[in-house]
Ligand binder design. Structure first.
Ligand SMILES: Nc1nc2c(ncn2[C@@H]2O[C@H](COP(=O)(O)OP(=O)(O)OP(=O)(O)O)[C@@H](O)[C@H]2O)c(=O)[nH]1
Ligand SMILES: [Mg+2]
Ligand SMILES: [Zn+2]
Length: 475
């Protein structure tokens, strides 16, 4: 008996429009297959995919940087294709419902040659939907944090060695990219591998909205299994501001929660962890050319610490922002402020916030931090295999971190009060120092020794636990 098609609507993880499973199109891979029928041959000839190009252009990515030449079948192309195939008396191309994942597959046959795709694409933006997209619910997590705070390295660290740090006896994690040969997906995989094998850190994220990283997680308790999809969004620090508002996709509004990275360089410490980590003048200048005047001021405030004036309005800076602490505090709080102003209070009440002090390896030897009672808890490296993380230590760390944040970063209360729930974390994606190495004309940042993350998975697992709690999976 043929199983009944179930119509399911979900929010596209790229353009955030609501799409239903029967509206999806397909991305084709042919490995050079050719047909006798001109209509079929036309479909398997790569062409500029206009909706895809336009979507990414609007997100700040020019056509040259895209896999713009694609083979696509959407509902309209399918109808046209079938009109021609019908007229030629050929077997029709079909869209089959797949009851296993509530999705569809595309199939066309001509003699011995079979054209098949199970890579569904959004009918509006033409991006490849992740595996099991219509079958499981998705948790959307946005990386937040100022420029250079460690967002991209964070994601790479999670991805290393097959999501090793996230795997538990009762939690299985795997990649869920819909199109595993997507150039941006391949690049992420390559970067995670370079980090894992050679300790090489990824280059600064360009000013553009990126494709999220998709994972499928299966939580197992006794005989039951609970699967979910997770999408993690990484953006360049300076883009968060405009992305929270009306521009672009306003992606921040759609997130279930955020992992906001705080760089130790932003802390008020006697010991300046700062100088090494501030973006250098060239980097700041090159980014400045792309920024609005408002953003330029924020930048200026960041780089002013190094006594580097990056705009002509020197006097303005000297008069108004001579207080270094103010500048640094702005840097750390700017992102939280942008999220707040972009989302508004009502929406903020629906979001989770994992406020995360990153690069904790830099703090490990600092006396001021060491002086806090039980400070060794901050740098604990124990690797958990059962359960999500050591809850007892997590709660102990909350109090300690609240104190450290209040005294060394910013007053937590006014920054976190309006979230649905927030929690504090201290992690290191690398767990070791870095050095800059000259590679031809290029400078690369490399870990000194082997990358050994310090509880890097905790902020994400906390968000996942909240998601599971809401659904009663943890009861
Ligand atoms: N010591 C140490 N350095 C780190 C760690 N994580 C990141 N870094 C350093 O911080 C730099 C910036 O990290 P990214 O992940 O690129 O920062 P980002 O927030 O993505 O920056 P943008 O994309 O420019 O907004 C890296 O090149 C590393 O040198 C860490 O855990 N420990
Ligand atoms: Mg980045
Ligand atoms: Zn879409």
């Amino acid at each position: 008996m043929k199983e009944k098609n179930v119509v399911i609507k979900k929010k596209c993880p790229y353009c955030f429009l609501h799409i239903s499973n029967d509206e999806t199109g397909f991305l084709l891979k042919t490995d050079g297959a050719r047909f006798i029928s001109p209509a079929l041959n036309d479909v398997v000839t790569p062409k500029k995919d206009i909706p895809y190009v336009l979507f990414w252009n609007a997100m700040g990515i020019p056509e040259e940087q895209l896999d713009a030449e694609r083979m696509i079948v959407d509902n309209q192309i399918l109808t046209e294709l079938n009109q021609e195939l019908n007229a030629a008396g050929k077997t029709l191309a079909v869209k089959n419902y797949d009851p296993d994942n509530y999705g569809y597959t595309f199939s066309a046959r001509e003699g011995a040659i079979h054209l098949f795709s199970n890579t569904m694409i959004c009918p509006y933006c033409h991006n490849a939907l992740p595996q099991n997209f219509f079958r499981y619910d998705m948790l959307m997590v946005g990386m937040a944090g100022s420029v250079d705070s460690g967002k991209t390295v964070y994601i790479n660290s999670l991805m290393m060695d097959g999501y090793h740090v996230l795997q538990r006896d009762n939690l299985m994690v795997r990649n869920a990219a819909g199109n595993t040969s997507d150039p941006s997906h391949l690049e992420m995989e390559k970067n995670a591998d370079l980090l894992f094998r050679q300790g090489i850190c990824p280059a600064a994220t360009s000013k553009a909205f990126r494709k999220p990283v998709f994972m499928e997680m299966t939580y197992r308790i006794e005989e039951r299994t609970y699967p979910l999809l997770v999408a993690i969004y990484d953006v360049a620090g300076e883009l968060i501001k405009e992305n929270t508002g009306a521009g672009r996709t306003g992606f921040a509004r759609h997130m279930d929660g955020f992992i906001c990275m705080v760089d130790p360089a932003q802390m008020h410490l006697e010991h300046a962890v700062l100088s090494q980590t501030m973006p250098d003048e060239e980097q700041v200048l090159s980014k400045l050319r792309l920024l609005s005047p408002e953003e330029q001021i924020s930048y200026q405030m960041m780089s002013n610490k190094n006594q580097k004036q990056v705009r002509d309005a020197n006097d303005f800076m000297k008069d108004t922002y001579h207080n270094e602490d103010y500048i640094l505090e702005r840097k750390a709080e700017m992102i939280l402020d942008s999220i707040r102003s972009g989302l508004g209070e009502t929406l903020l009440h629906k979001k989770y916030m994992a406020l995360t002090l990153g690069k904790s390896d830099k703090l490990e030897e600092i006396g001021e931090i060491r002086a806090y009672p039980a400070s060794q808890l901050l740098f604990e490296r124990e690797h958990i295999t059962h359960g999500f993380f050591n809850m007892e230590h997590h709660f102990l760390r909350q109090d300690l971190l609240a104190e450290i944040f209040d005294q060394k970063v910013f007053r937590l209360q006014r920054n976190l009060d309006d979230y649905k729930e927030s929690s504090l974390f201290v992690i290191s994606s690398l767990g070791c120092e870095t050095e800059v190495i000259q590679d031809g004309a290029q400078e690369i940042v490399k870990a000194v020794g082997k990358v050994r993350p310090i509880r890097v998975e905790e902020p994400l697992l906390w968000l996942i636990m909240k998601y599971m709690q809401e659904r009663g999976w943890l009861d």
